[in-house]
Design a protein. Structure first.
Length: 277
C-alpha cells in the first residue's frame, strides 16, 4: 500500500461544508468549537485572513486555506471584495488524537491554480456548491473529502512539513521505512531491519530518523502501535487480541506500555473514552 493510504484507512478525516456563496463581514473560527479544523476555498475576489497572533494575509487568487486543528482565526471580506467561497469544518475519527491532526502544521495555504488536480476538484466543488441541484450537500461534502486527500498529497509531494510523521513520509530515505512500519505494526522491528530498509548504517539512520521525525525509531513505533491499539479497543476487541495485532506477546505487555504512555490501563482508557468528562 502507498505511504498515504494506510494512514487514511486507519485514521480518517472528513469535511462538512457549512457555507458557500459570497462572503461579507468578519467571521471568527476556532474559538467556540475546539474539536474541529477548518478548510476555506476562495474561488474569486479578495479575502483577508487574520491569524491568532493578529497577523494579516490578503488573498486575491483562488486559494486553499487549511487549518487542520482548532486554531483561532478570522476571515474578512467587504461587499466590494466580492469573495466567493466554500467553507467546511474538518472532523477526525479519533478527535485530535488522530495522528494526521497532530502531524499537520497549524496553517497551510496553496494557490489552487498551481496544481492541476487541486484545480480540477476545486472547480467541480465550486460548480456543485454554487448551484442548487438535488443531492447538493452530500455531493459537496464528498468532494471536500477528496479535496482534503489532494491537499495531503500536495503536502507530501512538496515537502511542506519540516518535522514529524509527514516529513518522514516525504523523505526519500525514510518514506519506505515509515510506510512499512505503518503497514506492519506487529513486526518485530529492530534498528538493524529498519536501517537496512533505508540502505543506511544503524547510526546514520537513527540520527536521521530522530532529526526528521522528531523522536527515535523505537519511540515512534510504540506510539504508532498505541494509536492502532486504541482504535482496535474501540471496536471491542480483547486486550490480548489487540496486543497480538500490534506486536506484543500478550495483553500484559501491551498494558504495561499503555500505562507508561497514557497513565491508564487499556480498560481504564476505554472507559474514559466512552464516558468523556
Amino acid at each position: 500500500m502507498d505511504r498515504l493510504s494506510e494512514i487514511l484507512i486507519r485514521f480518517s478525516m472528513n469535511a462538512q461544508v457549512f457555507f458557500s456563496g459570497n462572503l461579507c463581514g468578519i467571521h471568527p473560527f476556532g474559538e467556540a468549537d475546539k474539536s474541529e479544523g477548518h478548510l476555506h476555498l476562495l474561488k474569486s475576489g479578495k479575502l483577508t485572513l487574520i491569524d491568532a497572533h493578529g497577523e494579516k494575509t490578503v488573498f486575491e487568487r483562488p486559494t486553499v486555506i487549511f487549518f487542520p486543528q482548532a486554531t483561532p482565526h478570522r476571515i474578512i471580506s467587504n461587499e466590494s471584495d466580492q469573495a466567493e467561497m466554500v467553507c467546511a469544518s474538518i472532523h477526525y475519527n479519533d478527535g485530535f488524537n488522530n495522528p494526521l491532526a497532530s502531524a499537520l502544521p497549524k496553517f497551510l495555504h496553496f494557490d489552487i491554480e498551481e496544481s492541476q488536480y487541486l484545480g480540477q476538484t476545486a472547480n467541480w466543488l465550486f460548480e456543485e456548491a454554487f448551484n442548487e441541484r438535488c443531492g447538493r450537500q452530500p455531493m459537496i461534502d464528498r468532494l471536500s473529502d477528496i479535496f482534503l486527500i489532494q491537499v495531503l498529497r500536495q503536502v507530501l509531494e512538496n515537502g511542506s512539513v519540516a518535522h514529524g510523521m509527514l516529513a518522514g513520509l516525504s523523505h526519500p530515505q525514510l518514506s519506505k521505512v515509515m510506510t512499512k512500519i505503518h503497514e506492519r505494526p506487529e513486526e518485530n522491528w529492530s534498528l538493524d531491519s529498519l536501517s537496512s530498509l533505508a540502505a543506511m548504517s544503524r547510526s546514520k539512520f537513527a540520527e536521521l530518523f530522530k532529526e526528521v521525525v522528531g523522536q527515535p525509531p523505537g519511540d515512534y513505533i510504540t506510539d504508532w502501535r498505541l494509536f492502532i491499539a486504541q482504535g482496535l479497543l474501540k471496536e471491542n476487541k480483547s486486550v490480548g487480541l489487540v496486543a497480538n495485532e500490534v506486536g506484543y506477546d500478550n495483553g500484559s505487555a501491551l498494558a504495561r506500555v499503555f500505562r507508561k504512555k497514557t497513565g491508564l490501563s487499556p480498560k481504564e482508557w476505554l472507559d474514559k473514552f466512552k464516558s468523556p468528562s
